[in-house]
Design a binder for this molecule. Structure first.
Ligand code: GLA
Length: 387
């Protein structure tokens, strides 16, 4: 499978640039099992990699030029000079790969140019980290080609910097780390404060379970402004409570913290979500490590309620997926990713997949919503070289 994909992408590279690429790399999208909007609060997250990947065929250049082409976007090859890359000057897709080159050079790495052709199967705008996959695949390719010797978490940091500063989106570190560091058959328990990680075995099929990803096809329009507002509200909460980040508010001191926030109602809701969500991640980890996979279902569902009612980033389509799945026998369900559209995940017995999928489709028809796209997600490998 990946050999065939690598071959096709290499072939296209040769048509575009007139020579074989020096290599071909892949980096996946992700779903987040639990731990939403905790990463910019120094908290815990637990994503796993999807089988869907961004693939890059890349060769080095030595003349300070980067040429970029994407299979998935109309238009030809874009040519940029490395010494004129300027943060927030590019609003096209090219900002993601160019931002990575910018971030590498800014950090002092001797990257002298590249020819890059990209093709991705990660659905765009679906909350499944298609942007992080693009960034990470480019970073990994350059890391290998220029022998930079950077580890996965270091590449993730550089990619986050590319997105924060060059693209101008105030995202946390989860998506890039998931794409760079996840392993097949595992979910990644990540402490976003110091990026320490633990791979947690998550073999659903062996337990007769499935995890459905339901892409509502609602594009998260205006989400960037709302994301920034939530982030600012969390930072305000931390400042009012006198801590570095909301991660530092212990779960068993939540009531006290909330009472200290007085009439700051909105901040109280944000704080309650972050503190309870960090606690849910820790509970999910201990359940998975003690073989209680089915028992994580209610925690996923609680996470959704918290994102809907306290963090206020769900939407009618996401709520309909969750409510319908639960009413049709799912073990748990929640929105995943940044919110305001995108995808939900549903944990279910393998035997209930058809019933739940059909019920969701019917509910969407009745509500007059565009049909969602549903697929089963297996925890897949993180970023890697294909050839
Ligand atoms: C987006 C961001 C992540 C994270 C999630 C919410 O995916 O890129 O950093 O904040 O939203 O958990």
């Amino acid at each position: 499978m990946s050999e065939a994909v690598a071959g096709a992408v290499a072939e296209r590279f040769k048509e575009l640039y007139g020579a074989d690429p020096e290599g071909v790399w892949a980096a996946p999208g992700r779903v987040n099992l639990i731990g939403e909007h905790t990463d910019y609060n120094d908290g815990f997250v637990m994503p796993f990699a999807l089988p869907h990947t961004a693939v890059a065929a890349v060769s080095r250049r030595e003349d300070g030029v980067v040429r970029l082409h994407s299979q998935d976007v109309e238009g030809g090859v874009s040519e940029l000079r490395l010494d004129s890359l300027t943060p927030e000057s590019d609003t096209a897709w090219t900002a993601y790969p160019a931002g990575v080159l910018w971030a590498l050079r800014e950090a002092g790495h001797p990257v002298t140019g590249a020819d890059i052709h990209l093709a991705s199967t990660v659905p765009a705008g679906a909350g499944l980290s298609s942007s992080a996959a693009l960034e990470v695949v480019v970073a990994l390719a350059l890391n290998d080609l220029f022998s930079l010797g950077l580890r996965g978490w270091q590449l993730a940091r550089l990619c986050q910097r590319a997105e924060n500063v060059y693209v101008g989106a105030p995202v946390g570190i989860m998506d890039q780390t998931a794409s760079a560091c996840c392993e097949a058959g595992h979910a990644l328990f990540l402490d976003t404060r110091d990026l320490s990680q633990r791979q947690i075995p998550f073999d659903l099929a062996a337990e007769g379970l499935r995890l459905l990803v339901v892409d509502t096809q609602v594009k998260h329009a205006h989400s960037e402004g709302e994301y920034g507002k939530r982030r600012a509200g969390c930072e305000k909460g931390a400042a009012l409570l006198g801590v570095d980040a909301l991660r530092d508010v212990p779960y068993d001191e939540l009531d006290d913290a909330l009472s200290r926030l007085g009439d700051e109602e909105e901040v109280r809701r944000l704080v309650r979500h972050v503190v309870t969500e960090n606690h849910r991640v820790e509970q999910v980890v201990s359940l998975l490590e003690s073989g209680g996979t089915r028992a994580i279902g209610p925690l996923l569902t609680e996470g959704h309620a918290s994102l809907r009612d306290d963090f206020r980033i769900s939407c009618p389509e996401l709520d309909l997926v969750v409510d319908t799945a639960l009413a049709s026998g799912a073990l748990g369900a929640r929105m995943t990713g940044g919110g305001f559209g995108g995808s939900a995940i549903v944990l279910t017995e393998a035997t209930e997949v058809d019933t739940i999928t059909t019920a969701i489709e019917k509910a969407f028809t009745t509500a007059g919503f565009t049909q969602p796209r549903t697929f089963e997600a297996t925890p897949s490998p993180g970023a890697r070289r294909l050839r």
